[in-house]
Design a protein around this ligand. Structure first.
Ligand SMILES: NC(=O)c1ccc[n+]([C@@H]2O[C@H](COP(=O)([O-])OP(=O)(O)OC[C@H]3O[C@@H](n4cnc5c(N)ncnc54)[C@H](O)[C@@H]3O)[C@@H](O)[C@H]2O)c1
Length: 284
């Protein structure tokens, strides 16, 4: 999408962090915004600050894990602006913990937001973008955690790998259309993501106890040491204009990506040398 000006963008998790930064950058390029978030007071503050900067902004309280609320947000976007061109499926949460000691309630919570939230956004908004024929763009927010995995973050990795795969499938599906798609894959960005699991339904300790946990403090420190959300927000808007699919922001992670690809190649080569599996490879 070469020209963002005058287009309407719907941004989930738009009240803070990366969502707010992307919304701000899209608005600076002339987009009209519908911000959606679960946090009503932060949403109001975000809307006011963007309006004060001259943007055209509406907002709606919306839990992306609930398809009826995302559909209501789509209806509200059309009611406010007539059409929609850009959707940023950004709302997301993080959850750590050892496998075997992570409750299914926690799994359902994170899958409902990080994966199904994206699905609900696509299912509600893609038909609306297709309907006007003017083209558009989808930004799905995954993570570097959707490409390389670390221990004790299995639910987060599982959802982010899923968002990368889902986005790759959508890219193939939309290849011949005038609707672009990007998948954002940052490593640490300085936001409030480390606090996102504090109010979750399966929380079995007080917020004070959770925040005193050394693991919480460790994650807080790396998040706060991350790059600025505004830098990422500006870069995403540039990538939408340039119609880039993968959006990476942390070049220092390349060795981890290379290592994963090497491990895949290594085991793939074992199968490729095994006569039981190579009967269909043309010989000669
Ligand atoms: N911060 C990082 O280091 C980092 C790195 C890679 C990817 N990400 C991804 O970026 C996205 C944004 O996270 P962030 O870092 O800005 O965190 P954040 O916590 O600062 O912002 C997330 C926003 O989403 C909202 N939200 C949470 N649950 C929601 C729900 N069910 N429905 C609607 N809104 C909801 C929150 O209220 C908040 O405003 C997430 O998908 C996250 O996984 C973050």
């Amino acid at each position: 999408m070469t020209d963002i000006a005058g287009k309407t963008a719907f941004v989930t998790g738009g009240a803070s962090g990366l969502g707010f930064a992307m919304a701000r950058s899209l608005a600076q390029r002339g987009a009209r915004l519908m911000l959606a978030d679960i946090n009503e007071s932060q949403l109001e503050t975000a809307k006011k600050s963007l309006r004060d900067a001259g943007a055209t902004v509406e907002s709606i309280v919306c839990d992306v894990s609930k398809p009826n609320e995302v559909q209501a947000a789509a209806d509200a976007t059309i009611a406010a602006f007539g059409s929609v061109h850009i959707i940023v499926n950004n709302a997301g949460v993080a959850l750590g913990g050892e496998s075997g000691a992570t409750s299914l309630k926690d799994w359902n919570w994170i899958v409902g937001i990080n994966l199904m939230g994206v699905v609900h956004g696509i299912e509600a908004f893609l038909p609306l973008i297709k309907s006007h024929g003017e083209g558009g763009h989808i930004v799905n927010v995954a993570s570097m955690a959707g490409h390389v995995a670390s221990p004790t973050m299995a639910p987060y990795h599982a959802t982010k790998f899923a968002v990368v795969g889902y986005s790759e499938s959508l890219q193939a599906e939309l290849a011949e259309s005038n609707i672009g798609i990007s998948v954002l894959c940052p490593a640490w960005v300085s936001t409030d993501i480390h606090k996102s699991s504090l109010g979750r339904p399966a929380m079995d300790q007080s917020e004070e106890e959770a925040m005193a946990d050394p693991r919480f403090q460790e994650i807080k420190a790396v998040v706060e040491g991350g790059i600025s959300a505004n830098i990422v927000g500006d870069y995403v808007a540039e990538c939408v204009e340039a119609d880039r699919f993968y959006i990476f922001t942390h070049p220092e992670m390349k060795p981890f990506i290379d290592h994963r690809h090497h491990m895949i190649q290594k085991d793939y080569d074992v199968c490729a040398r095994d006569e039981r599996f190579n009967q269909n490879i043309p010989q000669g």
